[in-house]
Design a protein around this ligand. Structure first.
Ligand code: G3I
Ligand code: 9MR
Ligand code: ZN
Length: 533
């Protein structure tokens, strides 16, 4: 996609909370701007634009404007020179529908169960992937029904599932007011339990089925041998196969199960007990396999790999969660030891250590205060680095590279900022977090909203089999976003020579820029929960 040909005003196309920062970016060469009421054209605000800034990632020369002081609800456009932005709103409940849609995506990704048209609408379908799965390399089959489809494909992968579960649970722990609705139109609505916990329970039950009952190790994924064609999930054939146990799947599993044992203790004590027992068994497997090799697709399996040769961060996360859940010294010794080694900080599917750190800092009763101080300093450093990167970017983005799923990094950085703002109370962090949602909703070099159904110039053709089969795109899905790696034929055909931040195409075939996943929605769900709380 070639953006930036005509001068444009890049802003959050959905709109802003009244008290939010309202910082936009424009390629218009003017020194001032106005905000007008969209209907009447009446001027309600005027301001100056910054001097021109060369933007590293897009090649654009931009100016920045700020109308944070405008807090009156209404529908507006920004005008710079002769150019007007799309209309956007300022409103107290501006993110309510978005927040619900981001969550309802998880329900619509459910596998192994019928999605009724009363709740799933155009995306209803009969139960899919119900047959037991073959354990790779054996003739044994195992019942592994349920859980969420990972993405645009129909695989169910433990490693990315753990990130999605953790983000949703953290959203609920940090922002209970924003995340406790029991009326989000899922089958369990009205049962007295927050819908987010019902939805996550479905995934947890599937995850429990992915554990080998003998040794406690966890199968990496359950998929067909190849990616299915573009059709409804119940129509795609192919035997389900459980790929071999991996250390990252087993450690991520231990972490989210231990986490669940805390969170479900009062609302579902049976699940909480099962989860803790399963986490302990997974930990025993990890202890018995201190240097297990990272997962690689075995011969004959071509679906997503989620390969990762570095499992110290997963083990650290598991130890942190098991310590928070049990208070047992052995787990503290383990997490402390791992914290001194080569830990990969991160909130991604591959680098997960910061989930452990967040649990240690916020949800662990008996911390070692010296270690806690070090970990808190690490989070603060991360937040400061994010702010510093924004300051060197014309579009005020915090990305330094644009790999597959770059929008996840944007959302994760928003999470870091919100969580660190809880730690320090520094108001700069929360303001910068809001600007990360602005990026996803259009304040980016392509002026593209990367969340389906929200914004004017929005992703409409995601690489998502169910949306394609229905002929209608599910709203509230976060697409992968710019990927300078050009890792699919459509991107290679259309985007060669584009600067990194513009390597995105709204084409159903571009799986490396325009797919959707549960673990790209989940950090945005966290971010929006925090902004509306
Ligand atoms: O980590 C390196 C980084 O150091 C380097 O600077 C950068 C340069 O491009 O690349 C980074 O690695 C990338 C990695 O993602 C981490 O971002 C790889 O190039 C890239 O190939 C890899 O892409 C992954 C992709 O699968 C292909 O394996 C995505 O993260 C991952 O989200 C995606 O997941 C797929 C599943 O396989 C199948 N289901 C759909 C899902 C989403 O598309
Ligand atoms: O549809 C698949 C998508 O979900 C994956 O993320 C992607 C990962 O490589 O692969 C897609 O499947 C494509 C396959 O890799 C190559 N042939 C075309 C498939 C898309 O229809
Ligand atoms: Zn399915």
């Amino acid at each position: 996609e070639t953006g930036g040909l005509r001068p444009a005003v890049h802003l959050n196309q959905l709109g802003y909370l009244p008290t939010a920062p309202k910082v936009f970016v424009t390629t218009v060469d003017s020194s001032s701007f106005k905000v007008l009421e969209a209907d009447s054209g009446k001027e309600v605000f005027s301001g100056t634009l910054s001097s021109p800034i060369p933007d590293r990632d897009s090649g654009d020369t931009v100016r920045v404007g700020d109308f944070t002081a405008l807090t009156t609800p209404g529908t507006y456009v920004v005008e710079a020179g002769e150019t007007r932005s799309v209309p956007f709103e300022i409103r107290e409940d501006i993110y309510e529908e978005l927040h619900t849609a981001l969550f309802r995506f998880f329900y619509l990704q459910r596998c192994g169960t019928e999605l009724a048209s009363s709740l799933a609408g155009a995306w209803a379908h009969p139960a899919c992937h119900t047959a037991p799965a073959l354990v790779y390399g054996t003739t044994i089959t195992k019942e592994v029904r349920g859980g969420w489809h990972d993405a645009g494909d129909y695989g169910r992968y433990v490693v990315p599932a753990a990130k999605a579960v953790a983000d949703i649970i953290l959203a609920h722990l940090f922002y209970p007011d924003a995340t406790s609705s029991d009326a989000l139109e899922i089958p369990e609505s009205g049962n007295g339990v927050p819908d987010v916990l019902d939805e996550v329970r479905d995934e947890l039950l599937w995850l429990l089925s992915m554990q080998d009952p003998e040794g406690g190790g966890v199968y990496h994924k359950v998929t067909t041998r190849n990616f299915a064609g573009f059709d409804w999930p119940q129509n795609t054939g192919g035997e389900l196969v459980l790929s071999p146990i991996s250390p990252t799947a087993t450690a991520d599993f231990a972490a989210v199960m231990a986490m669940a044992s805390r969170v479900y203790a009062s609302i579902d004590p049976g699940l909480a007990r099962r989860a803790l027992e399963a986490a302990r068994r997974a930990w025993s497997w990890l202890e018995a396999h201190p240097s297990a090799p990272g997962f690689r697709n075995p011969p004959g399996i071509q679906t997503g790999e989620y390969g990762d040769d570095h499992d110290a961060d997963e083990r650290y996360w598991a130890a942190c969660e098991l310590y928070a859940a049990t208070g047992e010294e052995d787990f503290h010794a383990a997490l402390e030891g791992l914290s001194r080694g080569d830990l990969r900080a991160g909130l991604g599917w591959a680098d997960v250590a910061d989930y452990g750190t967040i649990t240690y800092l916020f949800f662990t009763p008996h911390k070692d205060e010296a270690l806690a101080a070090e970990l808190a300093a690490h989070l603060t450093d991360k937040a400061e680095a994010i702010l510093a990167t924004m300051e060197t970017s014309g579009y005020r983005t915090s990305l330094t590279e644009y790999p597959w799923g770059s929008n996840m990094t944007v959302a994760n950085n928003g999470m870091y900022l919100l969580i660190t703002s809880r730690l320090t109370g520094d108001p700069r962090y929360e303001r910068a977090a809001a600007e990360h949602l602005d990026y996803l909703l259009g304040r980016n070099p392509l002026s593209r909203s990367y969340i389906t159904g929200f914004g004017e110039k929005v992703a409409e053709h995601p690489h998502h089999r169910v949306s394609s089969a229905a002929g209608m795109t599910i709203p509230g899905m976060v697409v992968g976003g710019p990927n300078s790696g050009l890792q699919d034929p459509v991107a290679q055909g259309a985007l060669r020579g584009e600067p990194p931040a513009k390597c995105y195409i709204d084409d159903v075939g571009s799986y490396s820029t325009n797919e959707v996943t549960i673990y790209w929605n989940s950090p945005v769900y966290f971010l929006v929960s925090g902004l509306v709380e």
